[in-house]
Design a protein around this ligand. Structure first.
Ligand code: HPA
Ligand code: ZN
Length: 326
């Protein structure tokens, strides 16, 4: 029999990735040991048993708790290297990486340590891993806008190497309009703009993110399918939606992968891409998302090529870099 040659993954851009969501259980234990932190789990298996989520909040509780092991610049750098190594194997050639600075400064970690830890690795990601990168500062929408404004001011004052801002954490009850001043300030500072909207929250949050915040891209956005007028608008304006299928299954935004709206979104002409969100928590990286989608939906090579091209077109990379990757 012919030996099986592993298929070379398509070159893709990953546009929806939380670096803290790449902390694998093994690294959580290693960092806890290095930092002398007692974990509330006695084994990897006991930790893995917690990865059974009922909704976004049940995931966020564990995601924030596990961040306790991140203390030094080195910890943030090690986490970032582990992601880039795995992403390169998944075919990722450009990555726009969110981090949640408020989740660290609120624990007493200096802003410089978390930003520098991630940014120092991203600075040479293209040489080291073949992945061009952008760092996105994501703000926690369940905290007051003043907290976000304060951290954005500090990031700008320290000339942090961020290219964009995002908005994440508990969506329902924290509409985009709460952050109008934050996005105005980021726009004035020349930053690109994205926000989570329409993951658990309603289609109207997507409209608010576009009209009130002026975002260029929507993270998740699956709930747009509840509003045909919004779908038409998103298609006409070619607004990118960074869809995360395995995340949506694990956080119960959809019942099963077979119920995921991605094929319908493609058929509607929406500018969708496939992303991993929090790969250590949701059962896979970009390649795993593609593999499971392909298994369930029988996605054609044409569909896969379109999803990959959409990811590159929808990135904040330079036109030269996009041309290299297409
Ligand atoms: N949704 C909202 N906030 C998040 C997520 C998510 O999927 N991952 C990390 N923070
Ligand atoms: Zn996300």
């Amino acid at each position: 029999a012919e030996p099986e040659v592993p298929a070379k993954p398509l070159p893709v851009a990953e546009l929806h990735l939380h670096i803290e969501g790449t902390l694998q259980p093994e690294l959580i234990f290693a960092l806890a040991e290095r930092n002398g932190i007692a974990l509330p789990y006695s084994s990897l298996d006991e930790l893995r048993e917690k990865y059974e989520f009922t909704d976004l909040q049940s995931f966020l509780d564990l995601y924030y708790a596990n961040m306790a092991v991140l203390r030094t610049e080195q910890d943030f750098a090690d986490m970032t290297r582990a992601y880039l190594e795995r992403a390169a194997a998944a075919g990722v050639r450009h990555a726009e990486i969110m981090m949640d600075p408020q989740a660290h400064v609120s624990r007493g970690i200096p802003l410089e340590a978390c930003v520098q830890g991630v940014a120092s690795v991203l600075a040479t990601s293209e040489e080291d891993y073949g992945i061009s990168t952008m760092l996105i500062a994501a703000f926690l929408r369940d905290l007051p806008e003043d907290s976000a404004l304060e951290v954005l001011d500090q990031l700008l004052a320290m000339n942090a190497p961020i290219g964009a801002i995002g908005l994440d954490s508990a969506e329902v009850g924290n509409p985009p309009s709460k952050f109008e001043r934050l996005y105005g300030k980021a726009r004035e500072a020349g930053l690109r703009l994205t926000a989570h909207a329409g993951e658990e929250g309603p289609a109207s949050y997507i409209i608010e993110a576009l009209d009130v915040l002026g975002v260029e891209r929507i993270d998740h956005g699956i709930r747009c399918m509840d509003d045909p007028d919004l779908v038409e608008r998103l298609v006409d304006a070619r607004i990118p939606l960074t869809v995360c299928p395995l995340s949506n299954v694990r956080l119960r935004a959809v019942d099963t992968l077979a119920d995921h709206p991605l094929p319908a979104m493609l058929a509607a002409g929406l500018n969708v891409s496939v992303n991993s969100d929090d790969p250590a928590y949701f059962g896979g990286y970009v390649d795993d998302n593609f593999a499971q989608l392909t298994a369930v939906f029988d996605l054609s090579d044409f569909d896969k090529a379109r999803l990959a091209a959409n990811s590159i077109h929808s990135s904040f990379a330079s036109e030269e870099r996009k041309a290299e990757l297409l």
